[in-house]
Design a protein around this ligand. Structure first.
Ligand code: DC
Length: 223
């Protein structure tokens, strides 16, 4: 197990990815994007044309695929059977289909195992997702849970898409985020919720720099 484990959980577009990445950089820690793991398994299942509602079939696909997650400075490169899919797993159809993987208990167990293995090899780790503080790293040194108003999260997601040259309607983005919130919170295994000992940070009115500053000061106080 790493010497320092910091978990950052929260709903879609709450700013946790960017915050986790920047915090890891400040602390010279490795950043683990566990959403990218769910996305990679989703893509592998789609490529194998697996039945998304058949947990055993999904698990077999996971087993038959070679996944590689490489921490590179402040980002994570994802390979499926040797092919770099880092960009591909960000596409909207992967986002939409990831709920099947996220709600399959056997797959979650395996992914949590992979996350712990990843952390075991590192000195310091900042890991982000939905269940990092509650399930994967219940003994983490510091746990954060980021929240933000859904309208603000939709606005941030729209700006992110615009940066990539993609125009999407704000209402549709907000609807999709609300649906993901529901599915993340409602699943039986690894649901989205703050750990009892998590520090909850509302990022609605904060810039990303302010969020990182706040997290850093909590780390300094608590470690
Ligand atoms: O954070 P993200 O949008 O990249 O997550 C992709 C999907 O994976 C989303 O459906 C939530 C799910 N997920 C999860 O269930 N548990 C995690 N620890 C990380 C992500």
């Amino acid at each position: 197990m790493a010497n320092l484990v910091i978990t950052i959980d929260g709903p879609a577009a709450s700013g946790k990815s960017t915050a986790a990445r920047l915090l890891a950089k400040e602390l010279k820690a490795i950043f683990l994007d566990t959403g990218a793991m769910y996305r990679a398994v989703t893509l592998a299942a789609m490529q194998a044309e697996a039945d998304m509602n058949d947990e055993d079939e999904l698990f077999d696909t996971l087993d038959a695929t070679e996944f590689k997650f490489v921490a590179e400075e402040d980002r994570m490169i994802v390979y499926i059977d040797g092919k770099d899919v880092t960009e591909r797993i960000r596409e909207p159809e992967i986002t939409a289909n990831s709920k099947y993987i996220a709600s399959a208990p056997k797959l979650r167990d395996r992914l949590v195992e992979m996350q712990r293995q990843f952390a075991a090899d590192e000195e310091k780790i900042v890991t982000e997702g939905r269940d990092q503080g509650t399930v994967a790293f219940a003994n983490a040194d510091i746990k954060f849970f980021l929240v933000a108003d859904v309208a603000e999260r939709a606005r941030r997601r729209q700006a992110e898409l615009q940066d990539k040259g993609v125009e999407e309607n704000l209402e549709q983005i907000q609807d999709a985020i609300e649906q993901r919130d529901k599915s993340d919170q409602a699943r039986r295994v690894g649901p989205l919720k703050p750990a009892d000992d998590a520090i909850v940070v509302d990022t609605t009115d904060l810039s990303i720099e302010e969020v990182v500053e706040k997290l850093l000061s909590c780390v300094e106080e608590n470690v």
